[in-house]
Ligand binder design. Sequence first.
Ligand code: NAP
Length: 234
Amino acid sequence: MSTPRMKPLALITGASRGIGRAIAIELGRTHRVLVGGRDEAAVAEVVSALPDAAPFLADLTDEEAVAAACAGIERLDVLVHSAGVMGHYGPVAEATGEQWRRTMDVNVIAPATLTRLLLPALRASGGLVVFLNSGAGLTAHPGWSVYAASKFALTALADALRGEEAGRVKVTTIHPGRTATAMQEALRAAEGGSYEPESYLSPEDVARTVRLAVDLPPSASLSSLRIAPAPVRR
Ligand code: NAP
């Protein structure tokens, strides 16, 4: 009798809520999942909803804590960077240095650091890195400078990594439009508009898109994908 093959391993950051949580639940159907987050109780709730999961607790801007959490991960099949912050909504004239630094720290430097720490484990399994970017990583509208600049930088990080790791690790960037989560609710409040979740993508829609990249055969890779809510004909 042959030993049953271990399920592949996926680590999803920002999986305590929102899009990351939906991705953890989607990949949990086929993968062992490391559920990333800072809120121990929220992470435990997601872990308990999955058949085979464990917490990955760390503030991603704390490099020592992240390195400690990564210790012992020798093979990793999928790394999904979903953790992120809006940082600041408003004109460049009002964005403070602290808002710029904090946003770049969480949205760019943290995924770069976590990727660097886990590259040996990803190479060991011919793995996939998925970056949750945004439409704002392709077009910067007034009021969005801080967030958009961080997401443009994330596009650059992903593109460079894809070339560097060609043949070893695949890299996919996903650019979702407005998605119904706490981040979007806070953003709509800052924009002075109403929050209309039925008009937005659902976190599960985005998770299904991550699934597309995960399920491709080894001979194919998805570089980037832009997804938007589809108007429903009534
Ligand atoms: P969300 O509901 O606000 O969730 C953000 C997640 O990031 C939470 O799990 C949060 O953990 C985690 N996080 C934030 N800072 C962290 C840090 N320093 N260390 C560890 N974890 C941290 O956001 P979302 O809407 O799901 O967004 C997920 C991703 O999709 C983000 O990268 C966002 O930019 C992108 N995106 C969102 C939308 C949208 O409309 N919602 C559209 C396009 C792209 P805690 O619970 O510990 O705070």
